[in-house]
Design a protein around this ligand. Structure first.
Ligand code: SF4
Ligand code: SF4
Length: 146
């Protein structure tokens, strides 16, 4: 008796499973064949931060004030700047950030007095070493323009 019961239960289980497969078979395909296909990013997407280039000056607007460095809860920003003229303010020469420890909280972007920080749309940053995530945004900005 147990033998026949196992066959009936097993057969019914198979039918239930095939019903689920059958329903999925005729649904539209939602799998994206990345990297050949890509989804359009949401406007709210937050990639790593980057320096915004202003068309009026052709460069970033970082004055190396250090506000972002101070507000960053993860302590991953280091900014260096120089005075270009005796009476002028500073201009950032190095803006180093460790993306591997950035929580994308946005405090740096919100607190910047010159609005020169923004979230990028980058999502393919990778590397074999964790140090590949430590980047100088000034250098990165210059490389992206050349
Ligand atoms: S997004 Fe937040 S954690 Fe990342 S660098 Fe800016 S302040 Fe720091
Ligand atoms: S990015 Fe903005 S907040 Fe940070 S040092 Fe430069 S000017 Fe100051």
């Amino acid at each position: 008796m147990g033998y026949w019961k196992d066959i009936v239960v097993g057969g019914w289980s198979l039918v239930e499973g095939m019903k689920v497969t059958g329903r999925a078979l005729f649904k539209p395909v939602v799998t994206v064949q990345y990297p050949r296909q890509r989804l359009e990013l949401s406007p709210a997407y937050r990639g790593h931060i980057e320096l915004k280039v202003f068309p009026e000056t052709g460069t970033h607007g970082c004055i190396a004030c250090g506000t972002c460095q101070r507000v960053c809860p993860s302590g991953v920003i280091k900014v260096q700047g120089v005075k270009q003229h005796a009476r002028g303010g500073k201009v950032a020469t190095h803006y180093v950030i460790d993306f591997t420890r950035c929580s994308l909280c946005g405090l740096c972007v919100e607190s910047c007095p010159t609005q020169t920080l923004q979230f990028s749309t980058e999502y393919e940053m990778e590397g074999p070493s964790r140090w590949d995530g430590v980047v100088d945004l000034v250098t990165r900005m210059e490389e992206s323009r050349s």
